[in-house]
Ligand binder design. Sequence first.
Ligand code: ATP
Length: 254
Amino acid sequence: MNAERIMAFARAGVAVEVVDVTGSTNADLLARAPQLAAPVLLIAEHQTAGRGRAGRSWLSEPGHSLTFSLAWRFGDGLRALAGLPLAVGVALAETLGRLGQSVQLKWPNDVLKDGDKLAGILVETHVQPDGAAWTIIGIGVNLVMPDALEDRIGRGAASMPWLARMDRDELMAALLDGLADALALFARAGFVPFAARWNVLHAWAGRPVVLLDRGEVRHEGLAAGVDDTGRLLLDTAAGRITIVAGDVSLRTTD
Ligand code: ATP
């Protein structure tokens, strides 16, 4: 991939860097956060130690996926950032939809295609002394899913071979523009304008789910979408409850 071409295709005036190989683009940008002066998009052709939530890993093979992180500064610090990972999911899903690949969202922020995970999102933050926060938004998107990689992942994983044939720099530029638009909107208005958009894309709307915390079932009910702050609405036998995204995992049970 070529940084200059991506910048030329993109509307967003974001600096783009491409490296051949690195452990984790999120780790790299987090380390640089104290010195960053402007947003940066860091793309790795090959990411060898991709991270997921709660110490989980994101696996990829060179040439078969997009692995990148976007560093973006928010003036209001951590308190205002609840819901950001979900807004990023909306941006990613809507951009893929515009490009012809229909996808859905699983709370809080997995992008699914035909029920399997197509893309993962990991948002990490570095809070500055003045209270502002650099967010490092890491994204892995499967383009092609070789059997050997799916075996290593250990569960079904989706890919999008049709979009994989698109010019990768153009695809990356479209994703960058979708993210930059969403992040600018989020900075102005928070998650509120994304809630209905998230619910339209909800993969498991109305379906029975369980909420797992370190493998233990914490709640079960019907998934009813998200509220204006990005909390999951769960209709349980005892009524509707709201769940804050943390290290919990959601599974369907139907
Ligand atoms: P859960 O699915 O339990 O809610 P999560 O959303 O927290 O997990 P992430 O942190 O987003 O998961 O991603 C890590 C998980 O994604 C891994 O534990 C693995 O199961 C799965 N995974 C890793 N690499 C890929 C990949 N390339 N494609 C699809 N799934 C993957």
